[in-house]
Ligand binder design. Structure first.
Ligand SMILES: Nc1ncnc2c1ncn2[C@@H]1O[C@H](COP(=O)(O)OP(=O)(O)OP(=O)(O)O)[C@@H](O)[C@H]1O
Ligand SMILES: [Mg+2]
Length: 229
């Protein structure tokens, strides 16, 4: 199923006289298996576009579709459920809960989805295995390196078998060797499961290895470039 932004504006009202376009006339189609990056200077609108795709914020004008579903017509509760069902998230600072072990961090969103206990256990094991951390599930985040913490957050993002992963600057806090390992893991998950990825990034290594680069400037997607990899 495709995710689509159609003629989307997002206007932030900082005050009555100060309105900022976070996104301006954005048209974007994301298909199964896409591996794309939003690239642009700080404040250009990358996070805003990711938050719009996620339905975390609603467009001021325009429409957001997932398949036949118009996301802007859903209630807050329905949008939250939709996000849990179809999307996984990865952040620059991992956003793991410090009081939970790696395995428990992965479990947490699965519990919100009310899976049976046995299925939760299987999915956590599967996800830890996919990211190469099958022996470290009992460690707490502070007992793991940055790269390992990011692997836990990737495991958490895939454990619910989403259709799309939204990743905001996922390699920004990693050294270059670890960043490359994480990019290789994204590529593997993209190829093996046709899992769709959309990144926001300043990392040239990641920009060089995605299939599609979307250049963002002043809230607009100004240009897109396809890599033939
Ligand atoms: N909640 C908000 N309220 C008001 N203005 C906002 C809000 N969020 C973002 N903006 C503004 O919208 C514009 C786009 O911001 P956004 O966070 O999407 O940029 P970005 O490309 O992700 O930047 P960075 O690379 O620094 O993360 C900026 O001008 C920003 O100041
Ligand atoms: Mg941002």
């Amino acid at each position: 199923m495709q995710f689509e932004l159609l003629n989307v504006d997002k206007i932030y009202e900082v005050s009555q006289e100060n309105k900022v376009y976070g996104a301006k006339n954005v048209n974007l189609k994301i298909s199964e298996g896409d591996f794309m990056a939003l690239v642009g200077p700080s404040g250009s609108g990358k996070t805003t576009i990711l938050n719009l795709i996620a339905g975390l914020i609603l467009p001021t004008h325009g429409t957001l579709r997932h398949g036949e579903e118009d996301i802007t017509k859903l209630s807050l509760e329905e949008r939250t459920k939709h996000r849990l069902d179809f999307m996984g998230f990865i952040f620059q600072d991992y956003q793991l809960l410090p009081i939970l072990t790696a395995a428990e961090n992965i479990e947490f969103p699965l519990q919100l989805k009310n899976y049976p206990k046995k299925e939760i256990k299987e999915r956590v094991e599967w996800a830890l295995n996919q990211v190469g951390l099958d022996k470290l599930g009992n460690r707490f985040p502070k007992q793991l390196s940055g790269g390992q913490q990011q692997r836990v957050s990737i495991a958490r993002s895939i454990a619910g078998k989403p259709q799309i992963i939204l990743a905001d600057e996922p390699t920004a806090n990693l050294d270059s060797k670890t960043a490359q390992e994480i990019i290789d893991l994204f590529k593997k998950l993209n190829q093996e499961f046709k899992l769709t990825f959309i990144f926001s990034t300043h990392d040239q290594r990641l920009i060089d290895q995605v299939k599609t680069v979307l250049y963002v400037k002043d809230g607009q997607i100004s240009e897109s470039r396809i890599h033939h990899v």
